[in-house]
Design a protein around this ligand. Sequence first.
Ligand SMILES: Cc1cc2nc3c(=O)[nH]c(=O)nc-3n(C[C@H](O)[C@H](O)[C@H](O)COP(=O)(O)O)c2cc1C
Length: 326
Amino acid sequence: MWFDKRPLVAIAPMEGITDKAYRTLVRRITPEVILFTEFVNASGLLHGAKRVWTMAEFTDDERPIVVQLYDHDPEKIGLATREIAKRLHPDGIDLNMGCPVRKVVARGAGCAMMADISRSAESVRRMVTEAGSIPVSIKSRLGIADKREVVDFARACIEAGASQVSIHARLKDVRPRVPADWDALSYAARRLDTTVIGNGDVWSEEDALRMVALEGVDGVMIGRGGIGNPWLLKRIAQKLAGKAVDKHPSRETRARTAIEHLELNVKAKGERRGVLEMRKIVRHYIKGYNDSKRTWLKLIEVDSTADTIRVLEEFANKIPEEFQVS
Ligand SMILES: Cc1cc2nc3c(=O)[nH]c(=O)nc-3n(C[C@H](O)[C@H](O)[C@H](O)COP(=O)(O)O)c2cc1C
């Protein structure tokens, strides 16, 4: 099973981020990590929406990969699991029970599932029936209002057949800027008789080491820290394996990888969407330098692949200011 791997390092599923382009890059840099797709709507899959299917599809070189679903209706979730298992046969199928976004919660999906344990357990039960040999997992938060809620909730899902649980260590309405509650994460993890992956505020390899040292936590899942920084996943995998950790990439490597990411995204989504979507991501690749902001301001003025590459090439070739002779 994918979650038997040690060290257990996964990218967090992120809509608009963990798409084909990003996963391809992460896999090239870090063969060790588990990949997750963006969350994919079960009803959309059942309607045969091409855009939704594209979010779920992957190639064999991305394995091990888990497809994440979301929806509110156990029957639809079960049927979508059947389709995913039959057509794509991923290494795992995960159910999102942690998304706090209003339009998702309003439909009874994401975090709203935590308010209805029996519907959640029934969804998992149907997934397990339909998934065949593919393991079913869940990803949730600590709770809606009480940070211990996840214990009973996850236990019901485990009883229904979930074989792994990822916990984002925040309550539903806690903003991402507020530190994740790792004590509450460990409290829950100690009480769950399954593989628990911790998630929330892993920004460095030291953070990852501290998270897996928490009692009950078996692995780490990295979200925002890996945006524009796929090397972080590699360093975390190395650190947790007790190996020497790679140096941080140079600005040239960062810029060249941003170009590669851009090209993959344009290939997958076409030039206009591919370029516009990448703006918010490229910003992370180039941050931390004196000219980062200046470069970003140039990037948001261009909308073609060629012009975006030109700006990034300039950034790549520029001698860092600390080495310039005045
Ligand atoms: C842009 C963005 C999109 C996200 N989309 C999803 C998603 O599709 N499914 C999911 O389970 N969580 C999603 N999340 C939550 C992350 O998986 C993760 O739980 C959260 O960012 C906390 O981890 P971090 O502190 O490492 O970023 C998303 C988060 C962000 C920032």
